[in-house]
Design a protein around this ligand. Structure first.
Ligand SMILES: [Zn+2]
Ligand SMILES: [Zn+2]
Length: 454
C-alpha cells in the first residue's frame, strides 16, 4: 500500500496545540477517566478527546479500502493493485488464451495477465434494469429469469464493472491544484428496523459523489464495539429563523451527549452475517479513505457537517496536510432563511468562529483568521442531500446482506453521477470525466467497452 494511513487515532485534536496529531506524545495521559468517559488526556492543552479503539478502526479501514479501491478489473495485477494509490502501468498485447481471451504483458514487471471478457452481457443488462426500476428483490430476480444465485453473481459483476469505469475516469481528473469536498452523515432505514449509517462525500463544484461508506463490516467484533443503541443523538436542525440561535441550539444539543463525539443514530437492527460499528468509528475510516483523492491534489478544502465526531476524524486524516498548510477544514451548516450575517462570531463551548452568507454558516476549524471565511461558496452544497434522497428512494429496502447493500450503493453512486440530470447536464459532465450524457444502458455499454479493452 503506497498511501500511508494513520494508525493511531489517540492523539490531541486541538489544532493549535503543540501535540496536535502527534502519536505517543509525552503530554498524554492514556485512558483517562477525568471527565467520566474513557479518553486520552492532553496535558499541553487540557483536552480529553474520547478513546478510540485503533485496532477496530484499522481492521475495518483495510476492509473498506479493498472494497473501494482494490476491486479493479484492468491493468497489471502486480504493479497496479489499487485505484489512486498505485500508478497505472503500460502494457502490450500478448496473444490469446486457449479460450480466445486477449492477453497483455506489463511493460514494467513483464507479468502476463488476461483481459476481462464478459460473455453474458444480456444477464448484466437484465439485472441493471431491475435496479433502475427498483422492484423488490424477489420480483427483480423473477423478472430476469435467473436463479437467485446467478442474479447475485451478476449483481456483483455489475457493481464491479460500473465501479471500475467510474474509478478509472476519476483517476484521469483527480490530479489537480485544488480540490474542495463536502461530507455529511446520513441514516438509511431498511425494512424491519434495520438500517445503516452512511458517510457521503461530494466534490463541491460539480456535486459528483466521490465516496460513500456505511457502518457495516464483515469483521468479528467484540460486543462493546458492535453498534447497539436506542438513543438518538443526531444534532437536529432547529426550527428557528435566526442563524445564530440555530447554531447556539445545535451546540446545546451537543452538550447533552455523554461526551461530545458520542454520535448515536437510534435503533439499527443487525443485518445478517455482518456487524454494525458506531458512526464515530466509521468517520475515522471514511476520512482516511478520502486521502486517496486528496493525495492527488496540491491543496484542498473540506467542508464537513457540523458534528463533533466528524471534526475529530477529519483532523486526524488531514493533520499532516494541515500542518503544511495544504488543507483547510470548515464546518458548514446550510441555512437559507434571511437572517443577520455572522462575521466571525464566537459561538458554543469551544468558541468556534462562525461566518455566514446566503447559503448558510461556516466555521473554519483549521485556523482562526478573522474574515477569512466570508467569501466561501459551495456551488453544489445540496448534492449530498440529493444523493441521499436518490439512494433512499432507489435502495431495495428488503435487503439483508452487506454484499448486496454495498453493491447496490455503488451502482447507484455511479448512476447518480453519470445519468441523473441537473440543468441538462450530469455531475460527471461538470466533474470533467465525460462529455456524454448517459442512460443506464449506454453507461453499461461504455463501461464494458472500457474494461474489456483493458
Ligand atoms: Zn493538546
Ligand atoms: Zn506489472
Amino acid at each position: 500500500m503506497m498511501i500511508k494511513f494513520k494508525n493511531d487515532f489517540n492523539c490531541c485534536k486541538t489544532v493549535g496545540c503543540k501535540s496536535f496529531g502527534v502519536a505517543n506524545s509525552p503530554d498524554y495521559i492514556y485512558k483517562s477517566r477525568r471527565l467520566g468517559y474513557l479518553s486520552i488526556e492532553c496535558r499541553a492543552c487540557g483536552s480529553n478527546p474520547p478513546w478510540i479503539n485503533n485496532l477496530l478502526v484499522n481492521n475495518v479501514l483495510k476492509e473498506k479500502f479493498e472494497y473501494q479501491f482494490g476491486r479493479k478489473l484492468t491493468g497489471c495485477p502486480k504493479c497496479y493493485k489499487y485505484f489512486f494509490i498505485t500508478e497505472r502501468t503500460d502494457s502490450k498485447l500478448n496473444g490469446f488464451t486457449s479460450a480466445g481471451t486477449q492477453r497483455k504483458k506489463c511493460s514494467q514487471c513483464h507479468s502476463i495477465f488476461t483481459l476481462q471478457n464478459f460473455k453474458n452481457i444480456n444477464a448484466l443488462k437484465l439485472v441493471l434494469s431491475t435496479i433502475v426500476s427498483h422492484k423488490d428483490m424477489r420480483e427483480s430476480i423473477k423478472s430476469t429469469g435467473l436463479s437467485a444465485r446467478l442474479y447475485y453473481f451478476y449483481l456483483n459483476k455489475l457493481a464491479l464493472i460500473l465501479s471500475n469505469f467510474s474509478r478509472l475516469n476519476e483517476e484521469n481528473v483527480m490530479e489537480r491544484k485544488y480540490l474542495a469536498m463536502h461530507t455529511q452523515g446520513k441514516v438509511l432505514h431498511l425494512d424491519h428496523n434495520r438500517g445503516l449509517y452512511i458517510l457521503i462525500t461530494a466534490e463541491v463544484d460539480s456535486g459528483y459523489i466521490l465516496l460513500q461508506n456505511n457502518n457495516l463490516t464483515s469483521q468479528d467484533l467484540n460486543n462493546k464495539d458492535i453498534y447497539c443503541s436506542l438513543e438518538n443523538t443526531v444534532i437536529a436542525v432547529p426550527n428557528v429563523d435566526n442563524i445564530e440561535n440555530a447554531l447556539i441550539n445545535r451546540y446545546q444539543q451537543n452538550m447533552k451527549r455523554k461526551h461530545f463525539e458520542q454520535l448515536l443514530v437510534g435503533e439499527l437492527k443487525p443485518i445478517t452475517k455482518c456487524n454494525l460499528i458506531y458512526p464515530d468509528k466509521l468517520a475515522y475510516i471514511h476520512f482516511q479513505l478520502l486521502n486517496a483523492f486528496t493525495g492527488k491534489a496540491d491543496k484542498y478544502a473540506h467542508y464537513i457537517e457540523h458534528e463533533s465526531s466528524l471534526r475529530a476524524a477529519t483532523l486526524m486524516a488531514s493533520y499532516a496536510d494541515i500542518k503544511k498548510s495544504n488543507a483547510e477544514i470548515y464546518y458548514f451548516f446550510p441555512f437559507t432563511k434571511v437572517s443577520e450575517k455572522l462575521q466571525g462570531k464566537d459561538i458554543g463551548w469551544w468558541k468556534d468562529k462562525w461566518f455566514s452568507n446566503e447559503q448558510g454558516a461556516y466555521s473554519p476549524i483549521t485556523y482562526k483568521v478573522k474574515n477569512r471565511a466570508a467569501d466561501v461558496k459551495l456551488p453544489e452544497s445540496d448534492s449530498v442531500d440529493l444523493f441521499y434522497s436518490y439512494l433512499n428512494q432507489h435502495m431495495n429496502k428488503g435487503v439483508n446482506s452487506i454484499n448486496v447493500i454495498d453493491n447496490l450503493s455503488e451502482i447507484h453512486r455511479v448512476i447518480f453521477n453519470y445519468c441523473d440530470l441537473k440543468n441538462k447536464t450530469t455531475r460527471a459532465n461538470s466533474f470533467g470525466v465525460t462529455d456524454k450524457i448517459y442512460t443506464s444502458e449506454s453507461l453499461l455499454d461504455d463501461a464494458l467497452k472500457m474494461i474489456m479493452a483493458g
